[in-house]
Design a protein around this ligand. Sequence first.
Ligand SMILES: *Cc1c(COP(=O)(O)O)cnc(C)c1O
Length: 390
Amino acid sequence: MSSKQNSCFNVATQLTRLGRDPGEQHGFVNAPLYKGSTVIYQTMDDLEHRRSRFTYGTAGTPTIANLENAWTQLAGAAGTVLSPSGLGAVTLSLFSTTKSGDHILMPDSVYRPTRNFCNGMLARYGVTTTYYDPMIGSGIEALVQPNTSTIFLEAPGSQTLEVQDVPAIVAVARQHGIKTIIDNTWATPIFFRAHDHGVDVSVEAGTKYLGGHSDLLLGLVSANAESWPALRATYDAMAMLPGADDCVLALRGMRTLHMRLKEAERRGLDMASWLQARPEVSRVLHPAFESCPGHEFWKRDFTGSSGLFSIVLKPGYTREGLARMLDHMAVFGMGFSWGGYESLIIPFDCAQYRTATSWKPEGLALRLQIGLEDIDDLKHDLDQGFARLK
Ligand SMILES: *Cc1c(COP(=O)(O)O)cnc(C)c1O
């Protein structure tokens, strides 16, 4: 099904059509799974000129191309490359916009493994990083150096959910010829079309909502026309690609992505409102709530919210009380990652590693991922948990 045909449809319809073509698949609804390294050429001349739609397994297969092309269309990009994990996608994006001697700007609220990559690997390759307050907006101009090549954004931020003023930061970057990369995992292109807002490169941990079942690790990096050649060249130089089976799982997840995100939004808002009214809770850090830093930017630029948010408890609760609460949850699980069908809850404390801002909450902080369980079962589980907290 051609992308021209698809672009006239609304996004939910597009998601059901992208990356497959029954006319080319003996009529079967879904595309076949291609695994492979070697591609056979018909003539010596074809071989010498790499005259073939697919040239070798690392350069792509029909299965990989289906997912890449679907995502390109969904994100409104010029092209997409895949990675075996979300973190792999982040590092690929940064390798595509930096070289030795460059300086980059990173939000203080960035996903922690991204921070570790900048402080470790990028530093060893001669790229220096300055962390900035995610709420800095156009004030970021004061941090630009002659060798600044990249401004990285993540909206909302990991754990603390600050929503950045993306257009203001993009405007500064454009003025200085600096590339922008955003980690758009929380919103996905369904709720925030980063390239439409001028961002050059957009990263998605497909592990989260695209996979949707916690059985898959995958990253996707899309780029606008200007940044696409460098991104593709970087990918081709490293050839770190996901397995074909995981691409098929991601294409399957894509069919229900819109529906699952809308449901995650509804449930996230319901649970966040319920938590906001609890006597144990001081603040809800959910982009759709006024108590979340950058709520006004979310309202202006995003078209929805997903099912991941945080809360700050009132002062006075102890670590021991929190352990009593979390060790005995019946429905909520404790674990990293999110975007699956199951609800998760974890404590967090960013005070130790943030450097441009200070995280001094009035009480203990928790991050919640709301899954597809019955809402009343989830509320009951938290209600019982709060009783143990005291
Ligand atoms: C989970 C996550 C990643 C990394 O994805 P993995 O597939 O787990 O490596 C990157 N960015 C954000 C914002 C994430 O939440």
